[in-house]
Design a protein around this ligand. Structure first.
Ligand SMILES: Nc1ncnc2c1ncn2[C@@H]1O[C@H](COP(=O)(O)OP(=O)(O)OP(=O)(O)O)[C@@H](O)[C@H]1O
Ligand SMILES: [Mg+2]
Length: 429
């Protein structure tokens, strides 16, 4: 019997950790066989601040997914975010080698290497080198130069980099939880794989993934990535404001936000009503109007979207992204988000979610992550499904039901991961 092909995605978010184990059915198809959620501990604004706590949370989510899948996995594709992430555009140029002056894979590898030469501060590391376009003898806009004739090969790249210590702490937490790291993927790039259409990317589009502690943004133009940003704001700030504004515990504020939160009450007759709220001590209850709740939510949400808008503007004129903005991530589910965003961005806005997770939210039963309708919204799976899609492309792992017990030690694994040459997002054209 041939071994089963498996890809595991591990989304280590600020509010939840989600592991999905997928079995590869064909080149571009997979079946989800295991899902595990755990509340996220030891992370602040997308960054690991306590390795022990983070690895315990990660282990819990992996274990749940493994039990559901009925197998153990060795490694996973993991997402990375946080405000230590930054990006720059760079250029590489080489002379085409060989007598016939026909561009070979070796020339493409060399020009990609040349484009990675940037003055990188000692405490930073490159996460992705994404080719935007190749230029052959001055002709621009070439997506795949392999086999073309020319003497001079150039490439324009988008380089994503991050703090070495933040990357290492993330990798250490995963290894300590018992998994090796297949690769690290910038979270919004993963989300863009599962949520955006090829047409949107070709036209020009902005993906905004609003999570608990971070908002991740990717700008696409003519099929390529032109900018990536990670902002330190998210839905948890709104919850926090509710807790303070209504003098109630954070857990209660979170429930109230999900069940009654909105950015706008359009019809006071219908949409305003009284809500029971637990006091900060957790002992008494009082009633507050939904309008009061909205008065707390609206300014903070507006401020968040204005901050995102300024960042989007800094990427270039908005007519470069006629497909508008696609919102995803848990916090995009707040009632009225898309309307408010459309108003502030002055661009068309749609809510994005991965299509692959159809029926998935019915399978798992985890009260923490349910929405008003009792289901887990698909928008919280954008990153993890994107990680699976990325993994599918870069090689699934073969897994037998009997797991090898001889594990390499933590140091060995960490070292081998950092020695591995990073893969490129070849398909981001
Ligand atoms: N139905 C809902 N309505 C409003 N907000 C919601 C809803 N469901 C989830 N959220 C909010 O979404 C946020 C969590 O989103 P998500 O799961 O995408 O974050 P994360 O991936 O853990 O964090 P990050 O990406 O910032 O590290 C929380 O602030 C939560 O309150
Ligand atoms: Mg997230």
């Amino acid at each position: 019997m041939s071994a089963r092909k498996i890809v595991t995605g591990l989304d280590i978010g600020t509010t939840k950790i989600c592991t999905i184990i997928a079995e590869v059915a064909s080149e571009s198809n997979f079946e989800i066989i295991g899902i595990g959620f755990s509340p996220s501990k030891g992370l602040k604004k997308g960054v690991v601040v306590d390795i022990d706590k983070a690895s315990n949370s990660i282990r819990e989510s992996i274990n749940k997914a493994q039990i559901m899948a009925g197998l153990e996995v060795d490694s996973a594709y993991i997402g990375i975010a946080g405000s230590h992430i930054s990006s720059i555009n760079n250029h590489g140029v080489v002379a085409v080698s060989g007598d016939k002056k026909e561009i070979k894979q070796n020339d493409i590898d060399r020009v990609m290497e040349a484009a990675q030469i940037i003055s990188l501060p000692a405490e930073e590391e490159i996460i992705h080198v994404i080719p935007k376009e190749f230029i052959v003898d001055g002709y621009k806009g070439i997506k795949d130069p392999l086999g073309m004739s020319g003497v001079r090969l150039e490439v324009e790249t988008h380089i994503v980099k991050g703090s070495s210590t933040s990357i290492q702490n993330l990798v250490k937490s995963v290894i300590r939880a018992g998994l090796e790291v297949d690769d690290i993927v910038l979270e919004p790039l993963a989300s863009s794989k599962s949520v955006l259409t090829d047409d949107e990317k070709e036209l020009g589009v902005i993906l905004v993934d609003i999570g608990g502690g971070t908002t991740d943004i990717v700008v696409f133009h003519e099929g390529g990535i032109v900018a990536t940003y990670v902002l330190p704001v998210g839905g948890n700030h709104v919850t926090h404001d509710i807790a303070i504004g209504l003098r109630t515990p954070i857990s209660e504020a979170e429930k109230i936000k999900i069940n009654h939160g909105t950015t706008k009450i359009a019809d006071p007759e219908d949409e305003d009503y009284y809500i029971e709220v637990l006091s900060a001590s957790g002992k008494d209850k009082r009633e507050i109007s939904r309008r009061l709740l909205t008065n707390v939510i609206e300014p903070r949400t507006k401020e968040m979207y204005e901050m995102i808008n300024r960042q989007i503007y800094s990427a270039g004129p908005k007519d470069l992204t006629p497909a508008g903005v696609v919102l995803t991530g848990g916090a995009s589910l707040l009632d009225g988000s898309a309307l408010l965003a459309e108003d502030i961005f002055d661009l068309p806005v749609r809510l994005g979610k991965p299509e692959y997770v159809y029926g998935l939210s019915d399978v798992i039963d985890d009260p923490i992550y349910k929405s008003k309708d009792g289901k887990i919204p698909k928008a919280v799976f954008s990153t993890v499904i994107g990680l699976i899609e990325y993994g599918l492309e870069y090689g699934p792992n073969e897994v037998s039901n009997k797991k090898e017990t001889t594990k390499r030690n933590e140091k060995e694994i960490t070292k081998s991961f950092f020695n591995k040459v990073k893969k490129w997002f070849k398909d981001f054209f």
